[in-house]
Design a protein around this ligand. Structure first.
Ligand code: KG4
Ligand code: ZN
Length: 334
């Protein structure tokens, strides 16, 4: 049995978690900096780094206590320490990576550097370790929109990605334009409940023949519509915009799943917390007899349980990471 301490500081969540053998979550603590960044309408990198420095110690201490572990005992409380080393904000990443390496040295246990995107993929596996493969995973977050074919755990092929805005970025930008709060995704999700998703026929980007996505035209269409119709109902705009995003995401995933002959369709990343996306995605998988995996909301948005899980799998396949590993802000999923 190996307990791994996972650490996540790639953006504006300071998170630590203890996961046993890659699948049993003993604790998962997330401290969000949303309030610090809200008045700026987006994440301010320097503020994020400083807040991570203040929060990382207490958040790790909480995660160990919640997992019933004693950091002051003679034996190390965990068997390895894993941290996100990219992609993300460099200053923010460095806080998690440096802390993880320091703890690994003090406790004399392996350090594992984890790709944040791979961690989001493991969020799906966290709840179902015997995921039917091959799987197609739709990974939709604030920074990325990826369709990934997963032949085996740790064996990925990126089928497509966004050619402009990420899905979460589109949610955040449209929400800001509509005067909703930050982050915009959850606000649009909330407001759209009272709107009519067919009120406006916003464009579904045509990127036929590829597995790529595009959301900047949709965003512009929303802005132009609101400019032309200043009295328009915000709930209708939010619901129609959300429907356009969900339609494209699900349609593209269906095509990819067909092509790959996928046994399961999985959803990951912060936008996977979206109520409408979760329900349409699950219905699409059911209609085609594919297993559907939609993680609990707490494991869709940034968290450290997914980092600990990915770290456990990486440790088994590749062994520990060198202690001179640094932060890689533009790390890709390969
Ligand atoms: O994965 P995540 O927590 O951080 C990144 O790695 O980017 O994703 C954050 C993104 C934000 O753009 C946020 O607006 C979006 O996920 N998001 C949502 C919802 N909850 C979070 N988008 C739509 N509906 C939601 N309920
Ligand atoms: Zn993320």
């Amino acid at each position: 049995m190996t307990a791994v301490l996972g650490i996540e500081t790639s953006c504006d969540e300071t998170a630590a978690a203890v996961v046993v053998d890659g699948g049993t979550v003993a604790s998962s603590v997330v401290s969000s900096q949303v309030d610090l960044h809200a008045r700026f309408g987006g994440v301010v990198p320097e503020i994020a780094s400083r807040a991570h420095l203040d929060l990382i110690g207490p958040v790790i201490a909480d995660a160990l206590v919640e997992a019933g572990l004693d950091a002051s005992a003679a034996a190390p409380p965990v068997g390895a320490v894993a941290a996100t080393y990219g992609p993300g904000l460099v200053g923010a990443l460095l806080v998690g990576v440096s802390t993880a390496k320091a703890l690994a040295m003090v406790w004399d246990v392996p350090f594992v550097a984890v790709n944040h995107l791979e961690a989001h993929l493991y969020a799906t596996v966290l709840e179902q370790p015997d995921l039917p493969l091959p799987a197609v995973v739709l990974l939709v977050s604030g920074g990325h929109t990826l369709l990934v074919a997963m032949e085996a755990l740790g064996d990925y092929r990126v089928l497509g990605s966004t050619i402009d805005d990420a899905a979460g970025e589109a949610f955040d930008k449209v929400a800001r334009y509509l005067g909703l709060g930050y982050p915009g995704g959850p606000e649009i999700d909330r407001v759209a409940v009272d709107g009519d998703p067919t009120a406006m026929a916003f464009p579904r980007a045509r990127t036929d023949g590829t597995h790529d996505f595009s959301f900047s035209g949709l965003k512009t269409a929303v802005v132009n519509h609101v400019r032309k119709h200043p009295g328009v109902d915000t709930a209708d705009v939010a619901a129609s915009f959300q429907q356009a995003v969900v339609d494209v995401l699900v349609a593209k995933t269906r095509v990819a799943a067909d092509e790959v002959g996928a046994a399961s369709m999985c959803l990951g990343g912060g936008v996977a917390a979206n109520t409408q996306l979760r329900s349409v995605f699950a219905a699409a998988a059911a209609a085609e007899g594919r297993e559907c995996l939609v993680p609990a909301r707490e494991f869709c948005t940034d968290n450290a349980a997914m980092v600990a899980s990915a770290g456990w799998h990486r440790l088994r396949s590749d062994g520990p990471s060198p202690l001179d590993t640094g932060a890689i802000p533009n790390l890709r999923l390969t």
